[in-house]
Each structure stands twice: as structure tokens, then as C-alpha cells.
Design a protein around this ligand. Structure first.
Ligand code: ADP
Ligand code: MG
Length: 157
């Protein structure tokens, strides 16, 4: 799918990354597949925690690094996956992730999602987080035209 950059923000605290996630999560009004790309410790899980809060998930969101897959109920079904420990496309398929693509009730959030060729091809959104100093992180969002409005936020909050 064709994606274009629609948001670029720098945060200077974990809480700021989480707040940005919550602001975006509150604006998600459709099912979608979002890939989260960035090194270990970049802040993917922190950002997802915010997204989940904005999506109305009440539970505490833990990293699925070991469980690989967690599901929550918010305004939509939220599925949080981490492919860090996954090496083959068949393992992604076995998690049942591909079956969720295109489901209007599912917000699929995949850390290290770029590792899956299928997900790279089908994702509506790719968020890339890069280290920019001790507590500073650069977040870039690329989205399909259908999803771009979700990321059109007011000036830095
Ligand atoms: P990932 O899921 O990308 O491996 P985590 O979200 O689990 O990373 O961890 C990010 C780490 O970086 C946390 O320890 C967090 O406190 C720290 N951190 C420091 N500054 C930031 C920031 N601006 N945004 C997000 N996390 C930050
Ligand atoms: Mg993580």
C-alpha cells in the first residue's frame, strides 16, 4: 500500500511519547494495521501504551516480547504483537495475525512489524521511532491516504 509521511514529532520524555500515542489513539476511528519500527528501547511499547489508553483500553499494557501476542478490548479490539523473537513468516501466520488484516473492529499494533513481508505490504501505518538523545526520540508516521487524517494533529502539545 502507498504510504506518505504525515507526522513528524520529537519527544523529550517517555511520558511525552505516551501522551502522543494517547492523542493518536483517541483519534483512531477505524480498524487498521500499524507497524512500529525502531531499535530495542526506542519507545515502541511506550507509544503503544499511549495508543491503547487513547483507544479506551483500561488494562495495563505489558510488552508482548515473550508472549508475542496480547489482545485488549477498548473502543475496538486492540491486538498488540511483537515480532522481535519471530524469525519466519510462517510464525507470524501461526499467530493468526494475517486473519485480522482488514477487520474493521481490529486495531493491530505490531512491534518489529517490518520483519514480516506480508505486513509490510498490507500495513496502513508505519511508525518509525529513532533515538535522538538520552530521553529524546524522533517519531515519524507514514500512512495511507485513508488513514492520514488520524495523524493530522494540532501543533505540538
Ligand atoms: P521498545 O518497545 O521500542 O523496545 P520500550 O518502549 O520498551 O522500547 O522502552 C523505551 C525506553 O526508553 C523506556 O525505558 C523509556 O523510559 C525510555 N525513554 C527515554 N526517553 C523516551 C522517550 N522520549 N520516549 C519513549 N521512551 C523513552
Ligand atoms: Mg517493545
Amino acid at each position: 500500500m502507498e504510504r506518505h509521511e504525515c507526522l513528524h514529532r520529537r519527544t523529550n520524555l517517555p511520558a511525552a511519547t505516551e501522551a502522543l500515542g494517547a492523542e493518536i489513539g483517541a483519534r483512531i476511528d477505524r480498524g487498521l494495521c500499524m507497524l512500529l519500527s525502531g531499535d530495542l528501547g526506542a519507545g515502541k511499547t511506550v507509544f503503544v501504551r499511549g495508543l491503547c489508553r487513547g483507544l479506551g483500553v483500561a488494562e495495563h499494557v505489558l510488552s508482548p516480547t515473550f508472549t508475542l501476542y496480547e489482545a485488549y478490548r477498548g473502543r475496538r479490539r486492540v491486538v498488540h504483537v511483537d515480532l522481535y523473537r519471530v524469525e519466519h513468516e510462517s510464525e507470524v501466520e501461526a499467530l493468526g495475525v494475517f486473519d485480522l488484516l482488514g477487520d474493521p473492529d481490529v486495531v493491530l499494533l505490531v512491534e518489529w512489524g517490518e520483519r514480516s513481508q506480508t505486513l509490510r505490504g498490507r500495513a496502513d501505518v508505519v511508525v518509525t521511532i529513532t533515538y535522538a538523545g538520552d530521553d529524546e526520540r524522533d517519531l515519524r508516521v507514514e500512512a495511507t491516504p485513508d488513514c492520514a487524517a488520524i495523524f493530522t494533529l494540532e501543533a505540538a502539545s
